[in-house]
Design a protein around this ligand. Structure first.
Ligand SMILES: [Ca+2]
Ligand SMILES: [Ca+2]
Ligand SMILES: [Ca+2]
Ligand SMILES: [Ca+2]
Length: 240
């Protein structure tokens, strides 16, 4: 291959690796049967840890299979591009005791990217129950419901409290998909309400557009570097 063609091929292949693809990825949760209130997973190089203080049971169990097939589950099947990417059929169960407020905290970390942060993550919830459940997010966040099932069963109220109307019956198609619009998100946290009459559990995962996985900052300098090296080789060859 001529040097010029080699440079072109290199540039094209690097661009194809780094360019926006516009597909969605979801958390690949680690297999976990330990009810310790902690679950771990990863997506696209990011490690994800969920900690929950909701319950003395502290579920924190990861599962897979059709229950968590987010492409087809009615809580998330209407998300734009839901079928486009690597949506893994996995989720985590968290729960909280009746009459007990708890907190769910998700930390995004990892070593692949410098800032280890996300843009516009989508939180998906299923297995909601026939009781009014609330999820109280930080008031400064910009929230929107992308999908839900049953119809009008979830809403975003004052102080960014997402509330269900108690019409769900604890199945894989009962819940909602909530997007947090924002950049450089490293920690996601919300409180659950105290007014549950009985102990409940909820299925959960996170979906993100892989073009919004921030920031791949090393790609541009790497690209410039490789082009420069390629050009130097090319120039040297020509001078011979
Ligand atoms: Ca666990
Ligand atoms: Ca739907
Ligand atoms: Ca709030
Ligand atoms: Ca449930």
């Amino acid at each position: 291959m001529k040097i010029k063609n080699y440079i072109l091929a290199t540039v094209v292949s690097i661009l194809s690796l780094s360019q926006a693809i516009g597909t969605l990825i979801s958390v690949n949760w680690d297999a976990d049967t330990n009810q310790d209130g902690v679950s771990n997973g990863s997506f696209d190089g990011f490690t994800t840890t969920i900690n929950m203080t909701n319950s003395t049971n502290d579920f924190g169990i990861s599962g897979n299979g059709s229950f968590y097939d987010w492409k087809t589950r009615l809580v998330s099947d209407d998300i734009t591009n839901i079928s486009s990417g690597s949506i893994v059929t996995e989720g985590v169960a968290f729960d909280w005791d009746a009459g007990t407020q708890g907190t769910i905290t998700i930390n995004i970390g990892g070593t692949q990217f410098v800032d280890n942060r996300l843009t516009d993550p989508i939180l998906v919830f299923n297995f909601l129950d026939n009781t009014v459940a609330s999820f109280d997010f930080d008031d400064s966040l910009s929230l929107s419901l992308l999908d839900q099932n049953g119809a009008s069963s979830a809403s975003i109220g004052a102080n960014n409290v997402v509330t269900t109307n108690g019409s769900h019956t604890n199945n894989q198609d009962h819940g909602f998909a909530l997007q947090i619009t924002g950049t450089e998100i490293q920690t996601i946290s919300f409180n659950t309400n105290t007014n549950l009459l009985t102990n409940k559990d909820v299925g959960f995962s996170i979906i993100v557009d892989d073009t919004n996985v921030v920031p791949e900052p090393e790609t541009a300098p790497l690209l410039v570097g490789l082009i420069s090296i390629g050009y130097l080789i090319y120039s040297k060859k020509r001078k011979k």
